[in-house]
Design a protein around this ligand. Structure first.
Ligand SMILES: [Zn+2]
Length: 446
């Protein structure tokens, strides 16, 4: 039988679940972190899961769901709320299933957080100004959810860089009130702006609907081209992408930061992020999006991240396209070169690239090179074949079909194997009634 709490303190604004418990422990607990863990989560070690303790069922029962049910606790009071929208349907399903069970893998594992190596499990983050305000308001500081999210490195209320508290102690901890530590170096305006954008996006994503990660990827691919970071002949080149990112304010900040995200400073992760078909850590998508679209209106750009079809995107040539709906397609001049060339090798020679490169580029655009050439050049080739036959007929009004088969061998061969129905179309100018009744002779000796 679960023992319900006699008194359930309300949430202190946007604090995390962990923060609520630490506050509860400080004010109403008996001083033992283990007892508080056992009381609230039926686990003496609950305080070690600083992101999201496992047995949320127990907590929801003890608190009579006055603070929310399992789903709302997890998705609006823990950083899991930012990860969930990025999860694939199957992982979302696993997360929902896990919500029904008091045991099983932890939330972090379900979200793939440990595998990313980008998660700083030992650290919690706070803003000194917020702490001072909290102490004045509630007598106790709190851990604000927006400050614990991946990508949240500044306080949006105070513009301050967040401080980190790293500890492995098995305690319910609150942010330190002591302000005697050396002040953090001031942020350069461009870096501050970049950090603000990412933190804003992070806080908006908590509890949002499922994201269309492939549409986000497509929008980024289009954006990279619009910004001239990639060109059609040099798409997704690791060195180009890294060099572009390394020159951004966020890269500069990451380089001097202290945390596992420091390794993102070089930008050498972008190539893999965009090439892989599977999802990756939310932090990477957020950083890349905010860096690429830094020149756009912040809230419009972030609305597009969350719903790529919500607003049209004006591309470089002034065309309104829906984000994500337009794959990075082939420029028309290059399209024509490939369509008109006799072979892919010939097209590659004209473009001055290796045929393997051309094949790879087409594959990157989501098309099989053979299928592409067939689609792109089919109508043109059919027309050329039909024209060749018609020209022969007009130059030889009395010719027979056997003559056509013999003299227009290439055109007939092509039509026979690709568009047999076009043959009658090609020979309709022949006046000879007898000829018209003949069918395309498949067994004619050529
Ligand atoms: Zn603050």
């Amino acid at each position: 039988m679960v023992e319900e709490l006699a008194y359930i303190p309300a949430w202190r604004s946007d604090e995390t679940l962990y923060s609520w418990i630490s506050g509860f422990h400080a004010v109403h607990g008996n001083g033992s972190a283990r007892d508080t863990g056992a009381l609230l989560f039926d686990s003496e070690h609950a305080c070690r899961d600083r992101d999201a303790p496992r047995n949320l069922h127990h907590f929801a029962s003890v608190t009579r769901a006055a603070l929310g049910d399992v789903r709302s606790l997890l998705l609006t009071r823990t950083p899991i709320g930012l990860f969930a929208p990025f999860l694939s349907a199957s992982r979302q399903q696993a997360l929902t299933e896990q919500m029904k069970s008091p045991t099983g893998p932890g939330w972090r594992l379900l979200c793939g957080m440990p595998a990313s190596g980008l998660h700083d499990t030992g650290a919690m983050h706070y803003c000194e100004d917020c702490v001072a305000n909290d102490v004045a308001t509630w007598g106790l500081p709190r851990w604000r959810l927006p400050h614990q999210l991946p990508g949240s490195w500044v306080c949006l209320d105070h513009g301050r860089e967040l401080r980190s508290l790293r500890t492995e102690a098995s305690q319910w901890i609150l942010p330190p009130i002591d302000r005697s530590t050396a002040p953090l170096p001031a942020l350069e305006p461009a870096q501050a702006e970049a950090l603000k954008r990412i933190a804003t996006l992070a806080s908006k994503l908590v509890g949002s609907d499922t994201l269309d990660v492939s549409a986000i990827r497509q929008a980024i691919l289009v954006g990279l081209r619009d910004h001239g970071v990639t060109t059609w002949l040099h798409p997704l080149d690791n060195d180009h992408l890294s060099a572009w990112f390394a020159g951004s304010p966020i890269s500069e900040w990451l380089r001097r930061s202290n945390g596992p995200w420091q390794r993102l400073a070089s930008g050498d992760w972008i190539h893999d992020l965009l090439r892989n078909r599977v999802g990756d850590h939310p932090l990477k998508w957020m950083i890349l999006w905010c860096t690429l679209f830094a020149d756009q209106d912040c809230s419009a750009s972030q609305r597009r991240f969350m719903d790529p079809v919500s607003s049209p995107h004006w591309d470089a040539s002034g065309q309104a396209t829906i984000w994500g709906a337009s794959p990075p397609s082939l420029p028309s001049d290059i399209h024509d070169i490939i369509a008109n060339a006799t072979t892919l090798k010939e097209a590659a020679d004209i473009l001055g690239i290796a045929v393997t490169t051309l094949r790879r580029r087409l594959t990157e655009l989501g098309t099989n090179p053979r299928a592409f050439r067939q689609d792109a050049s089919f109508e043109q080739r059919k027309q050329r074949a039909v024209d060749a036959i018609r020209e022969y007929i007009s130059a030889h009004p009395t010719c027979s079909r056997a003559d056509i088969h013999r003299e227009c061998k290439a055109a007939v061969c092509w039509i026979r194997s690709n568009a047999p129905e076009a043959f009658e179309h090609a020979v309709e100018s022949m006046g000879d009634q007898r000829s018209r009744q003949m069918t395309l002779a498949r067994d004619v000796q050529l």
